[in-house]
Design a protein around this ligand. Structure first.
Ligand SMILES: NC(=O)c1ccc[n+]([C@@H]2O[C@H](COP(=O)([O-])OP(=O)(O)OC[C@H]3O[C@@H](n4cnc5c(N)ncnc54)[C@H](OP(=O)(O)O)[C@@H]3O)[C@@H](O)[C@H]2O)c1
Length: 368
């Protein structure tokens, strides 16, 4: 019998293995697996490495070979039981001869949803679920949200001065944060499905919004502009054939964007919301594309609407040791805001760490 604390240590290791797939496996979940032999020694490990690729259990059981017989499979997610892009993992688990499966969490994916665990139990394998479940759910929160709501996980990011401004009163914002913080933002972009900005940011900053250097995935660049009054000449439009650009605009105004469409941008007309394009319609469309993680980079108008709508799940904020002053300088979050401090959004799992000369603050919306 393997002691509980050993199993927990191995599950934490499996979760760390799973996280190696971040940015490469979505819209699949990140999964890690460890195989222990009869004595509790690790004889195989693996993780889901890329979308379309083999699942974690397959790598781990192959590595273990005959040593898996009578042993234990520690896995961060319920093994699948359907023919998807790969054969069912439950077949591989049963073939391996493991006696016990310890899973962190069940998989709510409709074609699995407890079916994998049931097949194993019926075949006489001892199955335990729930070890390190909170960590496993945190790791795959974006996957779980997309399954549950059809909407991607929304990251909100901004870089601000010590006096809480993302640009000066003349809208100058190059650069607020230092090199290390900008490197981190590029790293973040390179593992997400889309980077969103409002029209104001395109107008004032003319950003490229690519990940440089590239990461495991190429995020689509998304502009939200109800009016459709976007500049004719800008980097996004000029590069729309190289890296996807999607423009969400109000139904009726898409004719203003025929030039953008001719240059390769995808123009999508959506119904209006309270403050421009309906953000729920934007996120629903991104979810239909099976985008799992999207990043809202600003500016104040768009971030304000996202926060007013309670649509942000995770926050990345860089604070630079600079002061610009001026009541007209741009704050990070516009929108209506709340009237009472008691109603302020209070981030969970909030952490702060140095990022070059800046400070990187990270946290989650409550309940996210
Ligand atoms: N330091 C940083 O991290 C950072 C990052 C990004 C931007 N910035 C700065 O932020 C400033 C731009 O901010 P901003 O507030 O002027 O512009 P913004 O937030 O980039 O864009 C706002 C515009 O987005 C469009 N929009 C469409 N639907 C919307 C909705 N539901 N909610 C809100 N907006 C919607 C509207 O344009 P239409 O009128 O076309 O509908 C609106 O005017 C710039 O000075 C830039 O330098 C700083």
């Amino acid at each position: 019998m393997i002691p509980d604390h050993d199993l927990e240590r191995q599950m934490r290791h499996a979760l760390a293995l799973a996280a190696r797939g971040r940015g490469s496996v979505e819209p699949n979940p990140m999964v890690g697996a460890v195989v222990l032999d009869l004595t509790g020694s690790v004889v195989g490990e693996g993780w889901h490495q890329r979308f379309w690729g083999p699942h974690a259990e397959v790598f781990a059981l192959e590595a273990a070979g005959g040593a898996a017989r009578g042993g234990t499979l520690v896995v961060t997610l319920e093994p699948c039981c359907h023919h998807g892009k790969t054969p069912p993992c439950t077949d591989a688990v049963l073939r391996s001869g493991v006696r016990r499966v310890v899973a962190a969490t069940a998989d709510p994916f409709p074609r699995v949803a407890g079916g994998g665990l049931a097949i194993l139990r019926e075949a006489g394998v001892e199955v335990d679920v729930g070890l390190c479940e909170a960590d496993a759910r945190r790791l795959n929160a974006p996957y779980l949200k997309l399954l549950r709501t059809g909407r991607p996980w929304v990251h909100a990011k901004w870089a601000m001065t010590l006096d809480g401004r993302i640009a000066t009163r003349t809208h100058d914002s190059r650069w607020v944060s230092g090199e290390e913080s900008r490197r981190r933002v590029h790293e973040l972009r390179g593992r997400l499905d889309a980077v969103l900005v409002g029209r104001g940011t395109v107008e004032h900053d003319d950003p490229l919004l690519t990940a440089r250097p590239p990461g495991p995935r190429v995020p689509a660049r998304v502009v939200v502009s109800a009016s459709g009054n976007l500049p004719d000449r800008c980097q996004l439009r000029a590069t729309a054939r190289d890296v996807p650009v999607i423009v969400y605009t109000a139904a009726g105004d898409e004719r203003k964007l025929t030039g953008w469409a001719a240059d390769g941008a995808e123009v999508v007309a959506l119904p209006p919301g309270d403050t421009g394009v309906s953000l729920d319609a934007v996120f629903a469309d991104l979810g239909r594309r099976r985008f799992t993680n999207v990043l809202v980079e600003g500016g104040a108008g768009l971030l304000g609407s996202v926060l007013d709508a309670g649509a942000a799940d995770e926050f990345h904020v860089f604070v630079a040791p600079k002061l610009v002053g001026g009541v007209g300088a741009v704050p990070p979050v516009g929108g209506a805001g709340v009237a009472a401090m008691a109603d302020a959004l209070h981030l969970a799992e909030f952490t702060a760490e140095p990022s070059g000369d800046d400070v990187y603050l990270h946290g989650f919306a409550p309940g996210a």
